[in-house]
Design a protein around this ligand. Sequence first.
Ligand code: SDX
Length: 431
Amino acid sequence: MAESTKSATLTIDGQSYDLPMHSPTAGPDVIDIRKLYGQAGVFTYDPGYTSTASCDSTITFIDGGKGELLHRGYPIDQLASKSHYLEVCYLLLYGELPTAAQLEDFETTITRHTMLHEQMQNFFRGFRRDAHPMAIMVGVVGAMSAFYHDSTDVNDERQREIASHRLIAKMPTIAAWAYKYSIGQPFIYPRNDLDYASNFLRMCFAVPAEDYEVNPILSRAMDRIFTLHADHEQNASTSTVRLASSSGANPFACIAAGIACLWGPAHGGANQACLEMLKEIGTVDRIPEFIARAKDKEDPFRLMGFGHRVYKNFDPRATVMKQSADEVLELLGVENNPILQVGKELETQALADPYFAEKKLFPNVDFYSGIILEAMGFPTSMFTPIFALSRTVGWVSQWKEMIADPQNKIGRPRQLYLGQTERDYMNIETR
Ligand code: SDX
C-alpha cells in the first residue's frame, strides 16, 4: 500500500485526531481508522459495511456507478466473450493471463483433480434424497478437510495451491453428484477428455445406459455463466471466507462457510428465488401487482434479481446474461418461453417506474441466470450450487491473497452495546 500523503481530521469534544488516508489505483480513497480506538477511545459504526473497506485487494474492481466490473483490470464483458472459465481462473489466481503453455499446464492440473475420494460417496448417501443440493455441498466441501489432509496447512504455499486446485476441480463433481443423488440416478464420473463446462454438463445429464454428447453451444453458455459468477470483490460470501480464514482455519472449512453464506436469498440464493418469483407472477398481466408489492413498505416482498449494494447502474453481468438467455433459448427453440417474456416485461416495467429509478435498482446477475439454467434442464435447486461452483475460484483467490498478506490478522469487529449495564444476580425466590 502506497504511503499516505493525505489525512482526515476528526474532532471529538474539541479534540482533533488526524487519520491517515490511502489512495487506490481505482475507486474511493479510504480513511485508515486502525489507530482510532487507541487514540480517541471510540469505535466507528457501520452494520452491513456500507462504507467500510475490510481489506486491500488487487483482484477485482467494481465501479457501481458506471456498472463496471474488472478482473485484474480486464472488463467482464471482454472476458465473457473472448476468454473462458479456466483461463479466468488462472487470471484470478495468478494475476495475469496465462501463456499457451501456462494455460495447458493449468488445465491439465485441474482436469486431473476432478475425481473425489471414493469414500466420499458415503457422505452423499447419508443425506435424504430430498436434501437441498446446497446442504449437501456445505457438508461435503467441509468434509474435504477430513480427506485431503496433505493440503490443509495454510502456512505452506504449495499446500495452499494444491487446495485451491482441488477445490476448483472438484466443485463440479460435488455439485453434479448432489444433483444426481437428489434424482436417484447413479453418479457419473468426470472424463479427462472433456473441457470443464462439458464435463459438468455430462456429469449432470448423462446416464450409464447410453452415450451422452454435450451440445457445444450449451457448454459454451455454461462456461460463460461460470465466468460471470467467478469473483465479485468483498461480497458477503467472500467476506465470510476471509473472516473464517483469518483464524487460520483450513481452506475446505472456510469455503464451506462461504457456500453457507451464498445460500441466502439476498445473495446467491436470489437466482432460485428469482425464477420462483417469475413463475409465481406467471403472466405479463400480473406484473403490475408484483411491482406494487415490491414498492409497498408494508409488504416484505422484493423483486428477486433486482437491486445491488454496489451497482447503482446496470450489473454488467446481467447485460451479458440477458444476451446469453436470448441465444440459448433460441437455440433450444424456446425463445417464446413465457417465463423469459415475463422476465423481460418485468424488467421493462420496473425500469420505467420512478421507485426503481430513484433507488437505482437494476437487474443483477441473478435476474436472467435462472431462465437460462432452467432452459438447460436444471431444477431451481441447482441454481445456487452452480453459483457456488463458479464462485469457488473467487473465494480461493481472495483467500490466498489474504493469507499471503503480512498485515493479515484475525478479524474481530467490536459493537455498539445497548444491553443492560452491570447488575447483581437475583435468587429465584425474589424474581
Ligand atoms: C448477489 O454483493 C455482491 O457483490 C453480491 C453478488 C455477487 O456476485 O457476489 O453480486 C451476488 O448477491 C446479487 C444480489 C442478489 N439478491 C437479490 O436479487 C435479492 C433482492 N435484492 C435485495 O434484497 C437488495 O437489493 C440487496 C440485498 C441485493 C441489496 O440490499 P442493500 O444494498 O442492503 O439495499 P437496501 O436493502 O438497503 O435497499 C435500499 C432500498 C430500500 O428501500 P428504502 O428502505 O430505502 O425505502 O431499496 C429497496 C429497499 O427496500 N430495495 C428493493 C429491492 N432492493 C432494494 N425494493 C424492491 N425490490 C428490491 N429487489
